[in-house]
Write a protein that binds this ligand. Structure first.
Ligand SMILES: NC(=O)c1ccc[n+]([C@@H]2O[C@H](COP(=O)([O-])OP(=O)(O)OC[C@H]3O[C@@H](n4cnc5c(N)ncnc54)[C@H](O)[C@@H]3O)[C@@H](O)[C@H]2O)c1
Length: 383
């Protein structure tokens, strides 16, 4: 078997995680990186010994050896870059959200109809934590009974101060939603994946906690702190926080909140599923543990252990118990899932993948828009 040859466009915060993940998968060859910031792309190419380095998408598309491109650019470029990758006859692994709005994401789904050989995925990586898969298998096997309630949160603090700044605060780049599109989208995707059900109605309350921020003169890397004395006041129109009541098509009701201004929280994703017989609860900051609760017997902690998990979860787990697996491992699992699918010659029209498809991600964009609409109109919105 020939190695699959990969290019990565966007070598900022998440681009580096893609470089490292691709390098961990034996049957891939990371051939090139590209970034509009050519100095950055060159620095990463040198640091990681990546043989080819480009300063634009066009240069990367023109490289006939590259079979798959990872799109790790800001949200406003997802539509155009994903479209051009598909039209160049290459496969695409895109960062989330799929696009800034559902016109763009729907157009990408439609475009794929004309490219049936193309495999396209969106990086909703929390699906591929072994214990998220374990939850999925236990729910499908009926271990919880009927799923009644689904709740949790995704909390961060990296935008807590008015001096915190990033392109995500600008709707022309990020889209009309920020906190929900950026991190609530991950929570919704994980919950829909592990329950096997869709969120079909939402009632939301969105809040901009910091309406004016200090925009620094230079570019600020994601999750870093601006150290600039030169700044200008910038009006913020997207949400720092969102709370969402929802209903699912399996009859379950739920609620989640997402925040980028909750001090002390880095990547606090907790998901709790209350069934008619038992509860499952998982938090990505303690990713190796799954809590199972009962009314009529002792609660217990399920520790990640390749020997005792379901085959589907075991397939995503590599280390013996007691050796923590976490965010990087799940991230790599999601990328590996895409490439295993591609290498097996599977097609999206006929083979249901475990990774998020463009259609899945388009639905998340629609949900995000429904949440924004609901908060504005103070009404439930159905999909
Ligand atoms: N899956 C996850 O957990 C996760 C985590 C973080 C970010 N993301 C997603 O990844 C994307 C990038 O986020 P980030 O935090 O890495 O941003 P970033 O600003 O750190 O990096 C983006 C990079 O894209 C480059 N770029 C901008 N315009 C370009 C162009 N026209 N051509 C080529 N390169 C260009 C920038 O120079 C920068 O290096 C976003 O869509 C974000 O939602 C996903």
């Amino acid at each position: 078997m020939q190695k699959i040859k990969v290019g990565i466009i966007g070598t900022g915060y998440i681009g580096v995680s893609h470089i490292e993940a691709v390098r961990r998968i034996g049957f891939l060859e990371l051939l090139a990186v590209a970034d509009a910031n050519q100095a950055l792309a060159q620095k990463k190419a040198k640091e990681f010994f990546i043989p080819r380095c480009y300063s634009s998408l066009e240069e990367m598309l023109a490289d006939p050896d590259i079979q798959v491109i990872h799109n790790c650019t800001p949200n406003n470029l997802h539509f155009d870059i994903n479209k051009k990758i598909i039209q160049a006859g290459k496969h695409v692994f895109s960062e989330k959200p799929l696009a800034r709005d559902s016109h763009e994401s729907g157009a990408l789904v439609a475009l794929l109809q004309a490219w049936p050989q193309t495999v396209a995925a969106v990086n909703f990586n929390y699906r591929m934590n072994p214990l998220v898969q374990e939850m999925r298998q236990r729910i499908a096997a009926g271990s919880l009974g009927k799923v009644n309630l689904v709740h949790g949160s995704y909390l961060q603090d990296w935008l807590l101060f008015d001096t915190d700044y990033n392109w995500r605060l600008e709707p022309e780049i990020a889209g009309v939603s920020r906190c929900i599109a950026d991190i609530g989208s991950h929570w919704m995707d994980a919950v829909q994946h592990l329950t096997g059900a869709r969120i079909t109605a939402v009632c939301a309350d969105l809040l901009t906690v910091i309406p004016v921020r200090k925009k620094p003169a230079g570019q600020v890397e994601t999750f870093s702190v601006a150290h600039s004395d030169a700044w200008e006041e910038h009006q913020i129109t997207t949400e720092d926080y969102g709370a969402v009541l929802f209903k699912m098509d399996n009859g379950a009701h739920g609620v989640f909140c997402a925040s980028e201004v909750s001090a002390g929280h880095g990547c606090y994703i907790d998901i709790e599923i209350n069934g008619s017989q038992a509860t499952l609860k998982w938090n990505q900051e303690t990713a190796d543990q799954l809590w199972m609760g009962f009314r009529d017997q002792d609660n217990h902690l399920v520790m990640r252990d390749p020997h005792s998990m379901s085959p589907e979860a075991r397939a995503l787990s590599y280390l013996a118990k007691g050796h923590p697996e976490g965010w990087n491992d799940a991230f790599k699992n999601n990328i590996a899932s895409f490439y295993q699918y591609l290498a097996a010659g599977k097609k999206l029209q006929t083979d249901q993948p475990d990774f998020a498809t463009f259609a899945d991600a388009d639905y998340i964009v629609q949900l995000t828009e429904a949440i924004v609409q609901s908060s504005k109109t103070r009404q439930w919105v159905e999909l």
